[in-house]
Design a protein around this ligand. Sequence first.
Ligand SMILES: C[S@@+](CC[C@H](N)C(=O)[O-])C[C@H]1O[C@@H](n2cnc3c(N)ncnc32)[C@H](O)[C@@H]1O
Length: 362
Amino acid sequence: MDQDQAGEPRAFSKASDGPKAFQGDVRTYRALSTVKAAWWSANKALGRAVTRRDEGEVEVPAFTAPPPPSGVVREAWLEAFRKEARDVAAGLYPVDEGAADDHPLRAVRRAADVLADARRVSARRKRGGATEAREHADSPAYPTYYRQNFHFQSGGWFTADSARRYEAQVESLFSGAAGPMRRRALALLARAWRERDQRGLRIADVACGSGAFLRDLTTAFPRAEIGGVDLSHAYLCEARRRAGTGVIQASAERLPFADASLDAVTCIYLFHELPPKVRPRVAAELARVLKPGGLLAFADSLQTVDEPRVGRLIEAFPAFFHEPYYASYQTTDLDALFGKAGLEAVDRDAAFLTKAVLFRRG
Ligand SMILES: C[S@@+](CC[C@H](N)C(=O)[O-])C[C@H]1O[C@@H](n2cnc3c(N)ncnc32)[C@H](O)[C@@H]1O
């Protein structure tokens, strides 16, 4: 268990002692995101080349959705960067893109590590090795649904290597668009709080993983009190390093916060990894800790109903990346799910393969 879990207040800290924010103008943003997009696109292409031989041997179900019309995927990917550039130009939030890997050599090492691991991931995909992570699960407290190699990744959520590698894997998967996609949730929150004094605001990023969005939050709201929550000790260590905030090891099903104690909760890419029975529990828990009028900034995978033209990609995702609950996520009515918990959708956005919804507690 993580040290910071001792008491609720230690989960929060101000960003002033955290990462130095890169307050880029839109030209700098464009230049950096172009480099990043090119870098991760090349990494993805190399990864595919390295594992191409294995791909033919993976059993995939017959897809029902047609392939996306020509140019649709590329245009949606580019639009994610354009959208963010517009928000940066409008001063909605600053972006810390330059500092994600701090040093070019470190970025090279990370990319090389992702490539080296791609073979292991691919081998696991071929043999259906979706529960090997159990050998690393060091506590009986982890729920069974959690003890899996989501995405077939080495170590599941349980090892320091997996935590260090995760962000680069996600960036490679989405060709550098992971940050802009996640930050649709940030844009919604920043718009809602545009005129608001940030001092004293308390925000928890639930299922913060290795801390990329936590860092985005601290960059955007440097005066707020911000903390991360996750079940994974290894990922929390990485999140603390990356974002410089307090972190707390806990389940989203039982958050260690008092009723109505937070101004905002953010939750990025958790719900597609939860079994259907668990989703309402977590939704209720997120609502419970919010103050009346408090905001949930949610982001997760696009659902086919949002953009049927990318239905084939959505169908293919769980076939290539172990995602046992993704199909049920696809058919979940999110507004109804959170509505039952007392949260009303007040704003929404989407970018590339991610949707974001802002919910307000009544
Ligand atoms: C796909 S990752 C997303 C991480 C992060 N939000 C991001 O955007 O990169 C899912 C995260 O949810 C965490 N998680 C899964 N089930 C959880 C639960 N019941 N309670 C808390 N965290 C959970 C995992 O440990 C992992 O860090």
